[in-house]
Design a protein around this ligand. Structure first.
Ligand SMILES: [Zn+2]
Ligand SMILES: [Zn+2]
Length: 163
């Protein structure tokens, strides 16, 4: 038996004007808190919180604009935005493509439900941000095999067979 889950297995969210709503149909595989300069610029804040989940587990009501946006890797990312209020809801990065969504946790109705599993790119963390001592933190990126739970690694293998 798995541990009892204090949060429901679905997570709803959407943009400010409510033209776009989404539902994550399960917990994400992993949650990144990214302190890189790109995320700081894109959010106008100190970090971005991204829940990594299979795109086919996200039900969307309404249409999104996928905006081609430069990224740290140089390969670009597609940011899904509400066509009306322009709030950014999730991203697809070139490496994983559109099968994997990086859902912006701040757009959930209850963003408290998905705290970060890891802090990344802490080399550019804003100095006033104090990280929780019980969560892993890495200067830049990391190997998922070293930090993801086995179940999440299995989900990723199912998503990208042959990798
Ligand atoms: Zn909107
Ligand atoms: Zn980042």
């Amino acid at each position: 038996m798995a541990d009892p889950d204090p949060h429901p297995a679905t997570f709803d969210g959407g943009c400010d004007c409510r033209a776009v709503r989404y539902r994550m149909r399960s917990r994400p595989m992993f949650v990144h808190c990214c302190h890189c300069r790109w995320c700081q610029r894109e959010t106008g804040s100190a970090f971005a919180i991204n829940a990594l989940i299979e795109t086919d587990r996200v039900e969307v009501t309404g249409e999104v604009d996928r905006v081609d946006t430069p990224s740290c890797s140089g390969q670009g990312q597609l940011i899904a935005r509400c066509p009306r209020c322009r709030v950014a809801l999730w991203s697809h990065y070139a490496g994983a493509g559109t099968r994997l969504s990086f859902v912006r946790v701040g757009t959930l109705d209850d963003p408290d439900a998905l705290p970060p599993d890891i802090h990344i790119f802490t080399s550019t963390k804003q100095p006033w941000v104090i990280l929780p001592p019980d969560k892993p933190a890495v200067a830049e990126y990391y190997k998922s095999a070293e930090h993801w739970p086995a179940e999440s690694l299995a989900r990723r293998r199912a998503l990208f067979p042959g990798r």
